[in-house]
Unconditional design. Structure first.
Length: 151
């Protein structure tokens, strides 16, 4: 089942169950997907792939994480809690992110395979990681790990 169908099905179930914690976020996801589809039509793209939808979801999580930082600084706990709930709902549709230990192990392996020896080789390492592990790695953490390993 495609990711879009999974989201639509979950939205319909949440609406039937009157789950007020879930369906507003699912509506936001569906809306973002429709916006991307409309924008894609003008470029001649027919339908979004699961990869495109995953990119949209990651962007939504990034926006919510930025909002969380602002709310923490401002002491707005009720808004922070709402954003956290939305992040949790969106995360259910994304592939599981690897732990920091697993990420470090993969980074070490790629550094060896690429033959990176200094921070100048960071682009090669990042490129190799993105081609193989784009969905399972958090690249904000990856860059820190790679910088540490290539010192």
């Amino acid at each position: 089942m495609s990711l879009k169908k999974q989201i639509d099905e979950k939205l319909s179930n949440a609406l039937k169950a009157k789950d007020k914690n879930t369906y507003p976020t699912l509506r936001l996801i569906v809306s973002a997907i429709k916006d991307a589809e409309i924008a894609g039509r003008s470029k001649g793209q027919k339908e979004l792939t699961d990869g495109d939808i995953t990119t949209i979801l990651k962007k939504m999580i990034k926006q919510r994480n930025e909002s969380c930082e602002v709310y923490k600084k401002a002491g707005r706990n009720e808004l922070l809690e709402n954003e956290t709930k939305e992040i949790n709902v969106i995360n259910t549709f994304l592939p599981k992110q690897l732990s920091e230990e697993e990420t470090k192990k993969i980074c070490e392996e790629v550094i060896k395979s690429v033959g990176a020896s200094s921070i100048k080789d960071m682009g090669k390492v990042m490129g190799a990681l993105k081609s193989k592990h784009a969905d399972t790695l958090d690249f904000s953490k990856v860059s820190v790990i790679i910088k540490e390993l290539l010192k």
